[in-house]
Ligand binder design. Structure first.
Ligand SMILES: [Zn+2]
Length: 176
């Protein structure tokens, strides 16, 4: 296994449509293992093959707290979506930044696993957000195109969170 270099916003490969996977090969298996390792190493919850410079329709996602439940989605397609959620979103290809994005609250997707067996996956909240975000990468789209308002740096975000926490504490005190 090896870490791959994550391409960043502005790299032309991130604007291209990735191609369908027709059959699993040792090279693609290696790519998938490397993508998982690269995602975990960067503390991400998802990574799409174009982000490591490979124009293949392959995505890895792990939204579990222990980061030990990797999902592999090959040639994924969203077949159902409903509801709405607005929240902070970031991307390993846009390091240190976040923005508010509205996504479906619930999605159902079909995809193939590493053995090219078709399966269906249902996601809510963070998983729904991750599936939508990663699938966009396969069509050359980035979340920054969908951001409401502007991008915030992680420092700004931390300061905002701290302020909100302080306000909540103050309110709790006043009620006490
Ligand atoms: Zn991304």
């Amino acid at each position: 296994m090896a870490l791959r270099i994550i391409r960043e916003l502005g790299d032309p490969v991130l604007g291209k449509r990735a191609k369908e996977v027709r059959e699993m090969t040792p090279k693609l298996r290696q790519l998938i293992e490397d993508m998982k390792e690269t995602m975990y190493d960067s503390d991400g919850v998802g990574l799409a093959a174009p982000q490591v410079g490979m124009l293949k329709r392959i995505v890895v996602i792990d939204v579990s707290a222990e980061q030990d439940q990797p999902l592999v989605l090959i040639n994924p397609e969203i077949i159902e979506k409903d509801g709405e959620q607005t929240g902070w979103e970031g991307c390993l290809s846009v390091p240190g930044k976040s923005g508010q994005v509205t996504r479906p609250k619930h999605v159902v997707a079909k995809a193939y696993n590493e053995n090219m067996e078709e399966y269906t996956i249902e996601g809510e909240d963070l998983l729904a957000r991750a599936i939508c975000h990663e699938l966009d990468h396969l069509d050359g789209h980035m979340y920054v195109e969908l951001v409401e308002g502007r991008l915030y740096t992680n420092e700004e975000l931390d300061a905002m969170m701290a302020e909100e926490e302080a306000a909540a504490e103050k309110e709790a005190e006043e009620k006490a």
